[in-house]
Design a protein around this ligand. Structure first.
Ligand SMILES: *Cc1c(COP(=O)(O)O)cnc(C)c1O
Length: 418
């Protein structure tokens, strides 16, 4: 089905119905040569339309001052509303289940406040071993905050001996084995290191069956997988917007709260004025009355500049359609896998080969001196990223990477390994 030739790659690009989106990005150059950017899992490239979006808000601020909250082109008072529907489409949610606010780790803590309410009997948190450090620190300090010893309260899911990724059956068995003590499963949607995508629907169903909750950190899943958070019945999710969602360094974050919980004002939370009933927000009244849905978890008035970037970027996701992006993504990643497989003797792809168990990232362990290959690729204007201790991550992102990009990786590998 695939061929390792320039003609084949170019024919795929020519037939790609999403190919025009590549022109919408600032593609990197080094010394006048185009680079193959494979770090969309870390920081997505800048959409060109972001500049106009920011300029609009700068202009309204310059010309209207505080009146921009109501009289601006995109009145700041309602700014988060302009993002929710688009963001909801990206993650497969109802608009009322999504809000854009804060940063990822802050949102993870806010969600844990509401969804991790341990008792003496049911207090354990289950997560994948070697999760992203911020998630590890968040869970460790959440356990401590409630007076538990993290070494006892946190259950880490480990791959079997000799394997790199987790088996769903093993995750389910661990949930079952801890059915009386497990309070919450909180794991990545896609593991940042291995690139493994987890079966969130099945995991959430099993967690619910034993009386626990299931939340997911979608930093590496949002804008990558075709998520269906509402139908999968996950309790909550959080994600950042600067990776696959191309919304700039340190950009804003998204939160999903399933409507089963979002419309329950009794659910404890840490509140702020922006989560208060919008109709009386400016009456400055005593007594917190949350907005319905995820919006009721907002703390502060909207951070217009990161959100302006995100709004511009989400428009592109709306135009492209997550289902279309995912269709292209599966093919592009399969092509990357095909190209890499020529070097099976020299490198090992630890990301699952089942498309359902991965997004666009492939994680590679080079059998000998991976750092040297990484440096070589960089010298050839190919930019993957390196994650300690020994993984090269490559993400061919459907929004702006091409089949020719992938072909060029193969050309470099041929030169390196010949
Ligand atoms: C990228 C990433 C983070 C980063 O957290 P910030 O709060 O955005 O700095 C956290 N968790 C995971 C799983 C990530 O992939």
């Amino acid at each position: 089905m695939f061929e390792n030739t320039l003609a084949f790659a170019q024919a795929q690009d020519a037939a790609d119905t999403l190919k025009h989106f590549r022109e919408e990005f600032h593609l990197l150059q080094k010394d006048g040569h185009p680079m193959v950017y494979l770090c969309g899992n870390s920081l997505g490239l800048q959409p060109k339309r972001v500049k106009a979006a920011i300029d609009q808000e700068l202009k309204d601020w310059a010309e209207l001052g505080v009146e921009g909250h109501f009289d601006g082109k995109n009145p700041w008072m309602y700014y988060h509303h302009f993002l929710t529907e688009k963001a909801a489409n990206v993650v497969g949610a109802k608009p009322s289940e999504v809000v854009i606010m804060n940063n990822l780790t802050a949102n993870l803590h806010l969600m844990m406040v509401s969804f991790y309410q341990p008792t003496k009997e049911r207090y354990k948190i289950m997560m994948e071993v070697s999760a992203f450090p911020s998630d590890q620190y968040a869970m460790e300090t959440q356990a401590k905050f409630h007076g538990f010893d993290p070494n006892d309260a946190i259950i880490e899911l480990k791959p079997r001996e000799g394997e790199y990724t987790l088996r769903t059956e093993d995750i389910l068995a661990q949930i079952e084995a801890n059915k009386d003590s497990l309070a919450i499963v909180m794991m990545g949607g896609v593991n940042y290191y291995t690139g493994q995508a987890f079966d969130m629907q099945t995991i959430a169903a099993k967690a619910h069956e034993i009386g626990a909750r299931a939340g997911f950190d979608l930093a590496h899943a949002a804008g990558n997988l075709h998520l269906q958070l509402h139908d999968w019945n996950v309790d909550f999710a959080v994600w950042c917007t600067y990776k696959y969602l191309n919304s700039g360094p340190g950009g804003t974050s998204g939160v999903f709260v399933h409507e089963r919980h979002g419309n329950n004002p009794e659910l404890v939370r840490f509140a702020g004025w922006w989560g208060h009933d919008e109709k009386e927000r400016f009456q400055m009244k005593k007594g917190f009355k949350p907005m319905e849905g995820a919006a009721g978890w907002q703390l502060s008035n909207a951070q217009i500049f990161p959100m302006a970037i995100h709004k511009a970027s989400l428009e592109m996701f709306e135009e492209a359609g997550m289902a279309n992006l995912r269709t292209k993504s599966e093919k592009l990643t399969a092509y990357l896998e095909f190209i890499l497989k020529d070097y099976s003797a020299q490198l090992n792809i630890i990301t699952p080969s089942d498309p359902k168990q991965r997004g666009c990232q492939l994680s590679i362990i080079v059998k000998e001196d991976g750092r040297k290959l990484f440096d070589f690729l960089q010298s050839k204007n190919i930019l993957p990223d390196w994650r300690e201790p020994d993984v090269i991550r490559m993400s061919a992102v459907p929004m702006y990477n091409s089949f020719e990009d992938v072909y060029r990786i193969g050309v470099a590998l041929k030169e390196y390994f010949r």
